[in-house]
Structures are given as structure tokens and as C-alpha cells.
Write a protein that binds this ligand. Structure first.
Ligand code: ZN
Length: 317
């Protein structure tokens, strides 16, 4: 029973391939508190749910901050069934995640694909509030995509729409985490950028003073630092990443005719190194009728819209 004098708060969880962000939010989309922890996706979903429960109990134990329901954005999360469908980069298999978490927390739980949750957060609380038609792209560990058409999030017949990252037919020998060859995600992701740098260094036809000094487990952020320092391999790597994404987004734009494309995720920190070649490749591959009609926006990295979107799944009922 909820005391009517108590504020009703919700938990939003954004499960990423590397980190999980948990927020305690109000019905207006304001963050009361937030923390993050390492997803450790190589461990089981059971282990994850136990850790999540422990940390939520430790952080949000005060009576006034007690949540009434939990919304979760997770790769492969199926809003229709409550199952996660064997997401790439995770060792979780196919499991009824809503049931697992509801059993642990003893409050209502709703899940959704993480990329869809981010789009929902933008739609309800972000810059997309006035938008009817937009594409939301998340670029980080993986490449997430959501489409909003006519003000509605497209979830698809089985709740699994938006796997844009696992489309594409890029040349080369890269095998994606899904097992296919040529997927966008094998190029446009943290691992994809790293691979591009390694291939450029190996080919040796572009000079590199900074990238060549990076250790084996370098990050996309370090590639951006090298680019800022004038390293030609780093600049070329971001150019290739932008071109691959821009060219393929042109196909999506031709199909759904969005007003905007909103980008979020860690790779957006590459800024102009990524977005200048992206925009150029996008415009170059569009039909005349679509040219200069799509606005590119980068989401405010200080607000986690995937957490807000996830929380909004359990608001109003
Ligand atoms: Zn793939």
C-alpha cells in the first residue's frame, strides 16, 4: 500500500554492455539520485539481478526515496514478453528478465530494448518532446537504433524492432558479435573504432605518432585524444566510422523520412572528428528530395535519457 502523502518515485535502469546506470526519478523526469556499476555481462543474469538488488537497497534505502516500480532498458529487452532475447555481448541467454527482477524486488518491473528506452526518454523528457518523426542512434559498446514515427515509438510485431546495428554489408573480413559479416556495429562501436585503428596501423600507409603508442586495450576516448593531438591514423579512423554510419543512415532516412537524428552514447564525444564525415556521407548518399532536410542533434551527455525512458515505462500505472 502506498501512503498518499509519500512522493511516488521510480527506478530507471540503463543496462549497457560495459556499465549499468541506475536512477531514482520523479514522475516529472527529475533525477533524485543516480549511481552506476560495471555490468560484468560475462556473468549470468541471475548474478546481475542480485548485484542490482544489493546496490539499489544500499543507495535508495531511505523511506522518502523508496521506489514503487522499476523500468529497465536492456539490450535485447522485449517489451511485449518481458524476456531478454540473447543479447550480443552478454552471456545471459534468453530469460524472463521481468520475472527475475520482480521476484527479487517485489515491486512491478517493465523492460524494453535499451535503444528504445533512450528514444522514449528523449520523446517524453528530452529535446524530442515536440518531434513526431525522428531516429535515435546510440553509439557506445554497440550500435542501438530506435525509430519514432508519427509520435509513436516503433517497437515491431515481436517487440524487437531497431536492430539497425546488425544490418549493413560493409566490405572486409570483420565478423560481428552476432556472427554475421559486414554488420554496421562491427565498424560503428567502441570495438569497431579500435579495430579500424589497429587495421590502419597494420597497413602502415598513414603516419602515426600517437596511436602507434597506444597499448592493446585502448579506448575510443583515447582515439579521440590522439585525433585532437593531430594523429592522422586517429583522424582517419573516425572519418571511416563517420562515413560508414552516414552512408547507412542515408538508407534509413530514405525509408522513414525523419526530421531529426538524435545521437547519444560515449562515441559522440568524438565530436567533429566523427560527425563532419558522417554528415558529408549522409548528404552525399541521400536523394535530392531528402538533402538538407534532416537535422543532426547530439544528446546532452549529462542527462541519461535511457534511464528516464526506462523509468517512464512504469509511470502512470
Ligand atoms: Zn551483427
Amino acid at each position: 500500500m502506498i501512503d498518499c502523502n509519500e512522493a511516488v518515485n521510480y527506478i530507471g535502469v540503463d543496462i549497457g554492455g560495459t556499465n549499468t546506470v541506475v536512477g531514482l526519478v520523479t514522475a516529472d523526469g527529475a533525477f533524485l539520485d543516480k549511481f552506476s556499476f560495471s555490468t560484468d555481462a560475462h556473468l549470468s543474469a541471475e548474478v546481475f539481478s542480485r548485484r542490482l538488488h544489493q546496490m539499489v537497497s544500499a543507495h535508495f534505502s531511505a523511506k522518502e526515496s523508496r521506489p514503487t516500480a522499476i523500468g529497465v532498458g536492456v539490450p535485447g529487452g522485449n517489451h511485449n514478453t518481458g524476456f531478454i532475447e540473447s543479447p550480443e555481448n552478454f552471456n545471459w541467454g534468453r530469460i524472463n528478465f521481468e520475472q527475475l527482477l520482480a521476484g527479487r524486488f517485489q515491486i512491478p518491473v517493465k523492460i524494453m530494448n535499451d535503444a528504445a528506452a533512450a528514444a522514449l526518454g528523449q520523446l517524453r523528457f528530452g529535446t524530442a518532446r515536440e518531434m513526431e518523426d525522428f531516429i535515435h542512434i546510440t553509439i557506445g559498446t554497440g550500435l542501438g537504433c530506435s525509430l519514432v514515427a508519427g509520435g509513436r515509438l516503433i517497437t515491431g510485431h515481436n517487440g524487437l524492432a531497431g536492430e539497425f546495428g546488425h544490418t549493413g554489408n560493409e566490405k572486409g573480413e570483420r565478423i560481428c558479435t552476432c556472427g554475421r559479416r559486414g554488420c554496421l556495429e562491427s565498424w560503428v562501436s567502441a570495438g569497431g573504432v579500435k579495430k579500424t585503428v589497429q587495421e590502419l596501423l597494420q597497413a602502415g600507409d598513414v603516419p602515426s605518432a600517437l596511436c602507434a603508442r597506444l597499448s592493446g586495450d585502448f579506448t575510443a576516448e583515447q582515439v579521440t585524444e590522439c585525433a585532437a593531438g593531430g594523429d592522422a591514423v586517429a583522424v582517419r579512423a573516425w572519418k571511416i566510422t563517420g562515413e560508414v554510419l552516414g552512408r547507412n543512415l542515408a538508407t534509413l532516412v530514405s525509408v522513414v523520412n525523419p526530421g531529426s537524428i538524435i545521437f547519444s552514447g560515449g562515441l559522440t564525444a568524438a565530436g567533429a572528428f566523427l560527425f563532419d564525415p558522417l554528415k558529408e556521407a549522409l548528404e552525399e548518399n541521400l536523394l535530392d528530395m531528402h538533402r538538407n532536410t534532416v537535422e543532426l542533434r547530439i544528446s546532452d551527455s549529462h542527462i541519461n535519457y535511457a534511464v528516464l525512458g526506462a523509468a517512464s515505462l512504469v509511470m502512470n500505472g
